[in-house]
Write a protein of this length. Sequence first.
Length: 455
Amino acid sequence: MTQEQYIETNKNRFLDELFTLLRIASVSADPKYSAEVFKTADAVADSLKKAGAENIEICPTPGYPIVYGEKIIDKNLPTVLVYGHYDVQPPDPIDLWKSPPFEPEIRDGRIYARGACDDKGQMYMHIKAFEVMMNTGTLPCNIKFMIEGEEEVGSSNLGPFLEKNRERLKADVVLVSDTGIIANDVPSITTGLRGLSYVEVEVTGPNRDLHSGIYGGAVANPINILCEMIAAMKDENNHITIPGFYSDVVEITTEERAEMAKAPFSLEEYKAHLDLSDIHGETGFSTNERVSIRPTLDVNGIWGGYTGEGAKTVIASKAFAKISMRLVPNQHPDKITELFKNYFEKAAPKSVKVEVRPHHGGFPVVTPTDSIEYKAAAKAMEHTFGKKPVPVRTGGSIPIIALFENILGLKTVLMGFGLDSDAIHSPNEHYGVFNYFKGIETIPFFYKFYAEMKK
Ligand code: BES
Ligand code: MN
Ligand code: MN
């Protein structure tokens, strides 16, 4: 049987199996889902085993386990390390889902479920592509799988795992599908990810909530102060005002910018898709540049005071915000967190107390386009899409990728198949049936061309 025939014959089962995985609510951020996250690790291990992997191990960590499996066919052949994650983002706000987040269903050729695209659907393509190669006798090199359960909460246990398992994880390249393409008829390969610094801030005013009439006007309102402090962190050009924030940013050349501008993009479609009458961002940069080569500062959540039904007249004792900063080469997440903390503490008026609590961080990544692995991925995509993929730097983060290079000395190929419109992290996340099978079809060609080019 050819690969194509094998995929065609097993099409429904490949969908059913993904659905089974999507039904398990592996939300890593919220401890109430803990049992389900562990259950998902078992399910991933089981599917690796059924696909033909060996030496499978569900490796415990202080958090959620890392699932390992491998197929070594010949020690002299190259080895590809596949990385993916089985954890998902919280489904909230649940009310906005048209179908329940953990009851996958197909509508208009799309699989709707939390994790359908990020990353269960994309990770599972690799297990199925492996099964295809195993059952058609076409596996041309060794494979190692490392699927983690804490990507959405910063992968803090994966770095130590890499340190301790250098020997077991020996490979020639890392292959990841956890990013996207420009459109189903415009294939692309991700060549850059932004880094991340994530902090939570707490502003305290009076020691208790106060009547906003009796005290209002005479004491600091921590919510007002927090809003002023946040507003002051950007100037009229949407430039971040934290001193030193841009000092390590690598400014790219005019030639590189001209190259980037060639990627197909329609501002009108972009706005229409998000129901926006205008875009917003740093002066002097295009939309694509703003989400790839420029750092950001965004409030991800803000709360305090009374938010229930009706009106309560109150000055809150405390206000909070969660703030993310996306980073670009050569910004260092710890240094940026430190700059933020110093700035925020100094900027606070004496009338309040502030506390900055750092969360996870991650380094930015840029991958080469002149490497064998990039060329193999590009050739595989060209083969199955009928078009050469465009290299694109994207705005999201996968903190572990930088550590593959720093700890294991490995380059990564980011060959994802999602779309920006798949609503990852949002209600109604979905993944195209087309994209799922395009991935399963393309991945074996990566192995084929990579093995050939490595000879
Ligand atoms: N798969 C995404 C990252 C991504 C998506 C990159 C689309 C490029 C295109 C990943 O699961 C993710 O969501 N990462 C987090 C970082 C993490 C530390 C929570 C992110 O980017 O917010
Ligand atoms: Mn992901
Ligand atoms: Mn994600």
